[in-house]
Design a protein around this ligand. Structure first.
Ligand code: PBG
Length: 324
């Protein structure tokens, strides 16, 4: 018996394949995460993320200008302060490195590129947790919300178009929304890390931000075993006023991404995290996989699974290879 249906017909020429392609990746779908460090004279390479650096204020501006010129969807800033303390006070200080970076990037790109800020304390605390600690050493949810509220307002004051709470505290989106509104920042959007897992794939990021963390984040980040819980987290964030939601990491959580995308009535982002970057980079360096094809294939897969927006350290590079 010959087959009666021949799907291969539509794969016979590049033009036919292009005609029937279901998923595309454009520069506008990509957001570049960047690190800006205090007190650097020159950019500092991150060993476990070849090609990624801690930026100086100067090189951060250049990276932002480049991101805008290749048409990226946005840029997401992380700060690397030189001093840490128990409450992460560098995060709320208008002269703290992240707020300075935001101000300068905004000055550089204006409204041409959405400027986003990581709203989390782990880079700023001396214990490395995403919040402030209670006397017993646990992360104090409600005390942390007050710091996040202040941090988000400082970021909006500095010019962030979007704040991105990533600490997985309960109620963080609602608390930040009311603080932004009270400060007159009604148009500052919230990109909520709704489903963020306690993942080994954040390993290289810890080097990237000189993390002080001892222990782990399992009392606030999600258990990798749980998918239903991601829907609960997302539902809460939507009810609290999230303008966009995010799933993180990406590749090991594509099923979660798909269900969040089905549930969400706001745009959905996914974060291809540091460990995903490191893994592909290392295999490519050894010649075990084709680097460029792998990058595009993974980002396409993340889009296909339901992400409107993909955060990836390859954003700028990848954008130069894509149609606008
Ligand atoms: C927390 C934060 C982390 C990442 C982004 N925001 C680290 C963590 O939760 O431990 C990880 C990003 C990456 O691995 O690329 N501020």
């Amino acid at each position: 018996m010959y087959p009666t249906d021949r799907p291969r017909r539509l794969r016979t020429t590049p033009a036919l394949r292009r005609l029937v392609s279901e998923t595309d990746v454009r520069p506008r779908h990509l957001v570049l995460p960047v690190f800006v460090a205090e007190g650097l004279d020159s950019p500092k390479p991150i060993a476990s993320m070849p090609g990624v650096v801690q930026h100086t204020r100067e090189t951060l501006r250049k990276a932002a200008a480049e991101a805008a010129s290749v048409g990226l969807g946005g840029i997401m800033l992380f700060g690397v302060p030189s001093r840490h303390d128990a409450t992460g006070s560098g995060a709320v200080d208008p002269d703290g490195i992240l707020n300075v970076g935001l101000r300068e990037v905004r000055e550089e790109v204006g409204d041409a590129l959405p400027v986003m800020a990581d709203t989390c304390l782990d880079e700023f605390t001396d214990h490395g947790h995403c919040g402030v600690l209670a006397p017993d050493g646990s992360v104090d949810n409600d005390a942390t919300l007050e710091v996040y509220a202040e941090m988000a307002v400082a970021q909006a004051d500095a010019g962030a178009h979007v704040v991105a709470p990533s600490g997985m505290m309960d109620g963080q989106v609602g608390r930040i929304r009311s603080a932004l509104d009270a400060a007159g920042h009604v148009d500052t959007a919230i990109l909520a890390y709704s489903a963020k897992y306690a993942s080994a794939f954040y390993g290289p990021f810890r080097e990237a931000v000189d993390s002080q963390l001892q222990g782990d984040r399992r009392t606030y980040q999600q258990d990798p075993a749980n998918a239903r819980e991601a829907l609960r987290e997302t539902t809460l964030d939507l009810a609290e006023g999230a303008d966009m939601v995010m799933v993180k990491p990406a590749m090991a959580y594509l099923d979660v991404l798909r269900s969040v995308a089905e549930l969400s009535d706001v745009p959905v982002a996914a974060y291809q995290v540091s460990g995903e970057y490191a893994m592909i980079s290392a295999a490519a360096e050894r010649g075990w996989i084709d680097r460029d094809r792998t990058i595009l294939e993974t980002v396409t897969g993340i889009r296909r699974a339901g992400a409107d927006i993909v955060l990836t350290y390859w954003a700028t590079e990848l954008a130069t290879r894509l149609d606008r």
